[in-house]
Design a protein around this ligand. Structure first.
Ligand code: SF4
Ligand code: SF4
Length: 73
């Protein structure tokens, strides 16, 4: 019986996949940062910010945000 070969998973670059962004309407409550599973969200100047290189596009931040501010781009 021959062994089945699988190709290595393709890990897309930041430029060819979705990630979430936070707008200036952020009230800095910090809920999204606490909920992000990969710690991609940090406190910026006047609003929280998402590191696109870390974001896995899970949508949790948008779900927990009281204003639904994080949006995929
Ligand atoms: S979409 Fe998911 S991984 Fe990306 S910043 Fe929001 S909670 Fe974190
Ligand atoms: S949960 Fe919403 S309002 Fe709160 S810090 Fe995150 S983006 Fe800003």
């Amino acid at each position: 019986m021959s062994e089945v070969q699988y190709a290595a998973p393709v890990i897309p670059g930041v430029e060819d996949r979705f990630y979430y962004v936070i707008s200036e309407d952020c009230v800095m409550c910090g809920q999204c940062a606490k909920a992000c599973p990969v710690e991609a969200i940090g406190e910026g100047s006047g609003q929280y910010e998402i590191d696109p290189a870390l974001c896995i596009d899970c949508g949790t931040c948008s779900y927990v945000c009281p204003l639904g501010i994080p949006r995929p781009v």
